[in-house]
Design a protein around this ligand. Structure first.
Ligand code: AMP
Length: 640
């Protein structure tokens, strides 16, 4: 920026006080086909439209734009320690592959505005499919490959995709996980049926092909080898994608994002937050099924002209499939990674390995490790910070925001991180702490409140919930009495220097190994078991995964739980049920049987009290509790 403020405080102030001037400047970081007429339209709060009248394309900015200067530079580096495959696609190669995919999708009938659901493992084809959708103006909905048929079916039904892109199988720890049968079952369960399914065949698991519906990527790719599919110029406000995330109810929410605002937000974050430069390599260990994968495996680094590593496999497995706790560091050395992004859980896994592994490779290219998705505990942060000798930068955000809300913007001004705090509000985010019940703003350092955002939310933030504006407004913007603010549903405090500390969710969402799960979804799955009368699922602190799900079940026949063999069998059945409905990520660590659940006199489940007891904490004010014996039962079980 020519007249860039010299320090972060001024930079931030400008973003809040003069958002139009601020974001107009940032918008120059991407290429526009047609300039916009208006920077921010906030005439109809809380809905905000960024860069109205402008036309651009995410795929153009991620791929085509770079052909002029860096066609032969690495763009996508696909590495799988599951299959041993390692392949680099230059920007030129990526351009060709994306056009082949775009042509294949078009041949299957996909048009601008159609949804394409992507249910894929971490293979290059998944990124081709996302970019191909962006190229032709189709809306992609990536569903995490770890989700099973029930979750997938609900998402198919909500997104109503014309085409689904999938694969024969994923792989984890050297074991193939067949995707195709799960997909077939999900399509059977869903009322909506896609017209076509496009399948990458990795030859990891046999696939039953449904004639007329299923097509192989290899076949279509061969037909469209020389396809030239230009980018479709899209309104800045056109939907680029939806991504499902869990909330308080059982029904996942389709977080919907725009095109131009998202492109600008990512380009700006690459510069100001991640400090990544064109020609360098970015390595995010996330999965394309999560928002980090969208923003910082696929779009962000590519928009920034960086190479991005797409990694399939465990953090502790070598390319030969044998245990290797230094696999990620070997990739840092080999591809001269400058910017790495991971989750605290992954670091806690590595912490169990020999610390010498951190010194095995030359990591001199690495400038910073960003960690997000769950609270970063101090011992983990210290361990990795001392081991790598680079800044460890915690960043707090959500699927809804698309890019960091709280962190430090070292690309603007170098600022020290504080252990335990993700940092300060990022430009564009008007972060406040409000009193839970009065809605009053808390201004005294150290007071605990709900973290909220005052509108307008910045570019890149969710536009709405797919197909449900009312739910968007009611869920996020009307939950604090008397105030129209965006509720993050996180508790937080702010210290005297303006650094925030996140203290956990205010709702029934839990965070297992960085994966956000709704306890209600798990409860719904468990309730489907014929012998279950009632169930409460809570998140309980866990040293490795941050939190794990614990289920407390009341059986229809209470005597069944007295027999330990029967209860063990039931526990296994219930876990299997959750595996089948939602996927192993949602499986409770334990299922415990009780004869009653702790509730208020009005019948509301006291989840927070159950959680407190499981974590050995004080259960708080229980004056409204109906039956104290029920909580005692939970206590007895967990302290046994
Ligand atoms: P997701 O939408 O899956 O990314 O989950 C977002 C939620 O994860 C937030 O609302 C927080 O509860 C939690 N979270 C994400 N990043 C952090 C962080 N750096 N520190 C503490 N909690 C975090």
């Amino acid at each position: 920026m020519s007249n860039a403020p010299a320090n972060y405080a001024d930079f931030y102030r400008q973003s809040i006080d003069q958002p139009d001037a601020f974001w107009a400047e940032q918008s120059r970081l991407i290429e526009w086909h047609k300039p916009f007429d208006r920077v921010c339209n906030y005439d109809n709060p809380p809905f905000v439209q960024w860069f109205e009248g402008g036309e651009t394309n995410l795929c153009h900015n991620a791929v085509d734009r770079h052909l002029k200067d860096r066609a032969d530079q690495a763009a996508l580096i696909a590495v799988s320690s599951e299959t041993g495959l390692e392949k680099t696609y230059t920007f030129k190669d990526l351009h060709l592959e994306v056009q082949r995919m775009a042509a294949s999708l078009k041949a299957l009938g996909v048009q601008k505005g159609d949804r394409v659901l992507i249910y894929m493992p971490m293979i290059a084809e998944a990124a081709f499919a996302m970019l191909a959708c962006a190229r032709i103006g189709a809306i992609h909905c990536v569903v995490f490959g770890g989700f099973a048929s029930g979750s997938l079916a609900a998402r198919i039904e909500d997104a109503t995709p014309k085409v689904i892109v999938s694969a024969d199988a994923g792989s984890r720890g050297g074991r193939a996980l067949a995707y195709k049968p799960l997909l077939d079952e999900a399509i059977r369960l869903s009322n909506h049926k896609p017209e076509a399914v496009l399948l990458a065949n990795r030859k990891l698991a046999p696939m039953a092909i449904v004639a007329g519906r299923d097509h192989l990527w290899d076949d279509l790719r061969a037909i469209h080898l020389d396809a030239q599919i230009p980018c479709e110029w899209l309104d800045s406000t056109a939907i680029s994608y939806t991504i499902y995330t869990s909330g308080t109810t059982g029904k996942a929410k389709g977080v919907q994002r725009d095109t131009g605002g998202y492109a600008v937000a990512l380009a700006a974050s690459m510069k100001h937050i991640f400090d990544g430069r064109a020609g360098e390599t970015f390595f995010s260990t996330s999965d394309i099924g999560w928002v980090v994968g969208h923003s910082y495996i696929v779009y962000g680094p590519l928009i920034g002209g960086m190479a991005t590593i797409l990694y399939e496999g465990l953090p502790t497995q070598g390319m030969d499939g044998k245990p290797d706790g230094a696999i990620w560091w070997s990739l840092v050395e080999k591809y001269r990674v400058t910017t790495m992004f991971s989750a605290p859980t992954a670091v806690r896994v590595l912490k169990k390995q020999d610390p010498a592994l951190l010194k095995k490779y030359n990591l001199s290219s690495l400038r910073a490790l960003f960690l997000a998705g769950e609270p970063l505990d101090e011992p983990t942060a210290r361990w990795i910070s001392e081991g790598l000798n680079v800044p460890i930068i915690d960043n707090y955000w959500q699927t809804e925001s698309g890019w960091p809300i709280l962190t430090v913007a070292n690309g603007v001004e170098k600022k020290a991180s504080k252990f335990g705090s993700p940092g300060v509000p990022m430009y564009g985010y008007n972060v406040k702490l409000l009193h839970e019940s009065t809605g009053e703003e808390l201004t005294v350092p150290g007071e605990k409140g709900v973290v909220v955002l005052d509108g307008p939310t910045p570019p890149g933030f969710m536009q709405t919930i797919w197909n449900d504006d009312a739910r968007f407004v009611n869920t996020y913007w009307k939950s604090v009495p008397g105030r129209m603010v965006y509720n993050t549903f996180d508790w937080g405090i702010r210290d005297k220097d303006g650094y925030y500390f996140i203290l956990g969710r205010t709702d029934d969402v839990i965070n297992v190994a960085g994966h956000r799960l709704g306890t209600r979804e798990i409860e719904e799955s468990i309730s489907g078991h014929l012998q279950v009368a009632e169930v409460a699922v809570v998140g309980v602190a866990d040293a490795l995964k941050g939190q794990v799900a614990m289920a407390f079940v009341v059986l229809k026949d209470a005597s069944a739980s007295q027999d330990s063999a029967v209860s063990l069998k039931l526990e296994a059945e219930i876990m299997k049920r959750v595996d089948n409905d939602l996927g192993a990520v949602a499986r409770p660590a334990r299922v415990r049987f009780v004869t009653a659940l702790p509730k208020t006199r009005s019948g509301k489940l006291l989840r927070r009290a159950i959680q407190a007891v499981c974590e050995g904490r004080d259960a708080g004010d229980l004056t409204t509790m109906d039956d104290p014996a029920a909580l005692q039962q939970v206590k007895d079980l967990v302290t046994k």
